[in-house]
Design a protein around this ligand. Structure first.
Ligand code: KIV
Length: 296
């Protein structure tokens, strides 16, 4: 696979040397301002569609259907089998984000800042975010946390880095939260989540993910801020929705309550592998169509 124009953010796959089958027609990529502008006077007529993507081929398949592709740090669990998102590294995020940019043509690619790369100071966050955008060609970063991260969000956005916020259940804080239960069951916690989202919006976030909160809180956040909210375990009244792609494809048996399984990819993979194994053991694969014979 060869990259053309690697100094630009428009990455093109060379199909002649690749198994990939990218979109043939030239397509203009959506932009962060266009996503932000979907919400007008508190109303988002066209809900924003976001899914996670970690690989080039996955990005190609999802891209025509999505406004945003999120290279989520959920890749720690989904791809690397890690126990949480806490051990995810900058290298993992930069490499997977570059693959997703190479495989997409239309959606805005957003890359998660991994735990430990941005919390210490706005300057540290800027260096990490700039590295992720330079190495991948992604258009924006996402970071977790509310009011405590507002100064950092302002620092990044004022210096050319679009930021998506993330409030409510913030998985990188699992060691503080003690688990992945829905947030906002006390009045104080509910008020904090709404305040966090407002602080991020005022700091310049172009959108805010609202994860794992009681539905009335997600509705209140969506009404209270002028930039779009992207819900996950939140409310259909959010301005958009996101899911982890493998979750909604049915890759895992155990998924959070908020996941709807739109497919049963785990069964398809199991059945397909079983058929392959059967044919190998029966010596019926490879067959004549898969073999090379000497020319007469
Ligand atoms: O890491 C991730 O995939 C996320 C989404 C679930 C919002 O942050």
């Amino acid at each position: 696979m060869r990259l053309r124009g690697s100094m630009s953010t428009t990455y093109t796959l060379d199909t002649s040397t690749s198994r990939a089958n990218p979109t043939p027609a030239p397509m203009r990529r959506l932009t962060v301002p266009k996503i932000r502008a979907r919400k007008v006077d508190g109303v988002t007529a066209e809900p924003i569609v976001m899914l996670t993507a970690y690989t080039a081929r996955q990005a190609q398949l999802l891209d025509p259907h999505c406004d945003l592709l999120l290279v989520g740090d959920s890749l720690g669990q989904v791809i690397y089998g890690l126990p949480s998102t806490v051990p995810v590294t900058m290298e993992m995020m930069a490499n997977h984000a570059a693959a997703v940019v190479r495989g997409s043509y239309h959606a805005v690619v957003v890359v998660d800042m991994p735990f430990g790369a941005y919390e210490a100071s706005p300057g540290t966050a800027f260096a990490a975010a700039a590295r992720l955008l330079k190495e991948s060609g992604a258009a924006a970063v996402k970071l977790e946390g509310g009011e405590a991260m507002a100064e950092t969000v302002a620092f990044l956005t004022q210096r050319g880095i679009p930021v998506m916020g993330h409030v409510g259940l913030t998985p990188q804080a699992v060691n503080v939260l003690g688990g992945y239960a829905a947030r906002g069951r006390s009045d104080a916690e509910a008020a904090k989540i709404v305040g966090d989202a407002k602080a991020l919006e005022e700091a310049g976030a172009f959108a805010v993910v609202v994860e794992g909160v009681l539905e009335p809180i997600a509705i209140e956040v969506t009404k209270s801020i002028s930039c779009p909210t992207i819900g996950i375990g939140a409310s259909a009244q959010c301005d958009g929705q996101v899911l982890v792609t493998e979750d909604m494809l049915g890759m895992f048996e155990r998924v959070p309550r908020f996941v709807k399984k739109y497919g049963d990819i785990a069964a398809t993979i199991g059945e397909t592998a079983a058929q392959y194994a059967k044919e190998v053991r029966a010596r019926s694969f490879p067959g004549p169509e898969q073999l090379y014979q000497p020319k007469d």
